[in-house]
Design a protein around this ligand. Sequence first.
Ligand code: MN
Length: 500
Amino acid sequence: MAFENYEVWFVTGAQLLYGGDAVVAVDAHSNQMVKGLNESGNLPVKVVYKGTVNSEKEVTATFKEANNCEKCIGVITWMHTFSPAKMWIHGLQALTKPLLHFHTQFNKEIPWDTMDMDFMNLNQSAHGDREFGHMVTRMRKNRKVVAGHWQDEKAQAQIAVWMRVAAAWADAHDMRIIRFGDQMNNVAVTDGDKVEAEMRLGYHVDYCPIAELVAVQAQVTDAEVAALVAEYEDQYLFADNCKKSGKDRAQVLRAAREEIALRRFLEEKGAKAFTTNFDDLAGLDQLPGLACQRLMAEGYGFGAEGDWKTAALTRTVWFMSQGMPKGCSFMEDYTIHFDGKKSAILQAHMLEVSPLLTDKKPRLEVHPLGIGGKNDPARLVFTSKDGEGIASTIIDMGNRFRLIVNKVDCIKSKALPKLPVASSLWIPRPDFEVGTNCWILAGGTHHTAFSYDLTVEYMQDYAEMAGIELVVIDENTTVNTFKKDLQLNEIYYMLNKSLS
Ligand code: MN
């Protein structure tokens, strides 16, 4: 239900050369295919058949309508007959929505015994999809190509991935990110060009003095705080010092007050993501750790120390994976555990890890935080589930954004009695040495957006839509070929810039 306000348009390409009967048949087939796709139960977004286009005028009108339709998050094209591709030029030039080219065919098998020349003239996808594909390539237009019969679940799964990414792409173009405070002083990797980010990635980044949040906090009532703490008691285990008569109970109440204020503030501003900075908390009692954890679980993007790019990506990753079972979070590479081929990286943050990563009841605890000079903050403590996932980040290379994705395997972690934070322990693929070597060569951050549910394919689709660089580190990566990829990309993006 998460994507019920969106739709994807299905546009069939043909031409009038083959007569009226062909036009009728193409339309009937298209209707049946779209109905079948919707009824498959495999697609998260509704497909709407927008008719067959037989001329340049019809193509251009349909694509312009798609641009102007708020519900439409992308267009699927398919050529039933041969559709001469010059008629697609102006429409493709105008189209601003994500494009998926579905190389399919109405009939699954060749009707060997009955097939005649009329059948051949009508069912020409093998032929027509190449003509269309040529034009899109000739125009250097990014798109996803999916090849397979329309009833094949593998093809449908690829369309489903693209739909989720297109939905997140639409969401990113309506995303405001609030930064409380600036970047952490002197930090390079989390910074970047916010103008270029808005042009290229869609989202808008604003600054807000923390004093504005403090003013909202002052309006929060004791009754609201009590109600939220009752919710905590329902959802979490409580450390003794956090229980009703515990010595740090007041810190839990103050954390709840901060959470209410933060959520209210973001709602009032229409913001979908935010950043904090532990060095910029004047007027707040404690670093809002618990609040950030809970807001992330609700879908707010979060980045620590002013990291707005990771805040945006965390929101995007959450949006893509809505309704999926395993969860996602903002993460940070904390400390290394060397153990040969099983060498792993402890993932955590000062406090801010989403409780979506655990399947156990998190424990609410209050402890001192040796940084930022504020009072002891509340936080949820847990260890994450086992299983594979992807860690992603976006960096600003000066002339382009680079998306870096690493496949990782979360493994069983040990208790950290003296480091009471939520954490995960993962081995980057192909292993620690190659994975981290390549990540560092690529210039990747210490902050990531992590997801158990998403695969590399989501990030490939995202990079295509955004027109940004993508580098993937997985089980097939070697340092030498990865270096070569980075060098080739350097040339490609230099030339690409001069072509466009
Ligand atoms: Mn950090």
